[in-house]
Write a protein that binds this ligand. Sequence first.
Ligand SMILES: [Zn+2]
Length: 322
Amino acid sequence: MSKFLVFLLFPLLLLAYPKHVGETLRELSPSVYGVFGTYEQVSKKNRGFISNAYFVVTREGVLVIDALSTYKLAKELIQTVKKVTKKPITYAVITHYHTDHFYGVRALKEAGALIIAHPWSDEYLADEASRRMYRARLELLGKGLMKGTELLRPDITTQSQLVIRLGGEVFEVHHWCKAHTDGDLVIWMPKRRILFAGDLVFGGRVPFLGSGNSGTWLICLDEIIKLSPDILLPGHGEPLVGEENIRRQVEWTRSYIRDLRSVVKRLYQEGYTVEEVRNRANEELLKINPTYSQLSVFFEVNPVNAYYLYFEIERELLKEGR
Ligand SMILES: [Zn+2]
């Protein structure tokens, strides 16, 4: 490799993984900020910083959306907020209790925020699966990166609509239906027409279908179209700006879910086992639309999605008596 190339690559390598969450800070609309994790699965290299978190600064305080993957990352998020404003962090709304969105809640709680989540979070925490996941994360990231991370319950739960008024801003917290998880919340700022969509819509990444309901998710996406936001801020990936972009991404999410469901249903009905369905998922789905392969984490996540969908489709067919 020439010296020149090394010289060129070196800064890129340094930039690849932010050393501090604050390096990714962007103001997305006046007083609305985001920090952006990489498009990857959790690893030591990315320190678990694979998801986005947002905050809105109001006259009276700050509302944070999502808590990132670890206590450390959430501490960095708080430092980032403090660089922008001296206002206190009043609320933190957690879009769903997946590790990369809620593991940092302790830091936000220590900073004085009231933690708001769907009641599903309690169900999830009571389940052995949450402790298994914690142990797996500990093993993957190591004690250093996971230091201080605790599975904490929210202070307030909501499963229909909660309206938060803070410093002249209005935040509607909705749970539309079981979708990405059984307890997805979205946050809608009606005056600003900004939707914090959690993981209901991914900006250019394969959605994870393993812990909600893909059938109702398809229907739920209509709620986004009905709201017609100007800006959609996803839990992963790039912000979506403008009705056309948002609609395109919503429809893309819908077509991915619909196509994978049809593949899994067909293979199930043809008698393939769950392992065979998982192994064939990529090849079969790419026959329908080869462009899916261009999505980040497609090859890793798509077989896992097919695995979970197998059981969901099985439940649906048994219910229908087929
Ligand atoms: Zn998620």
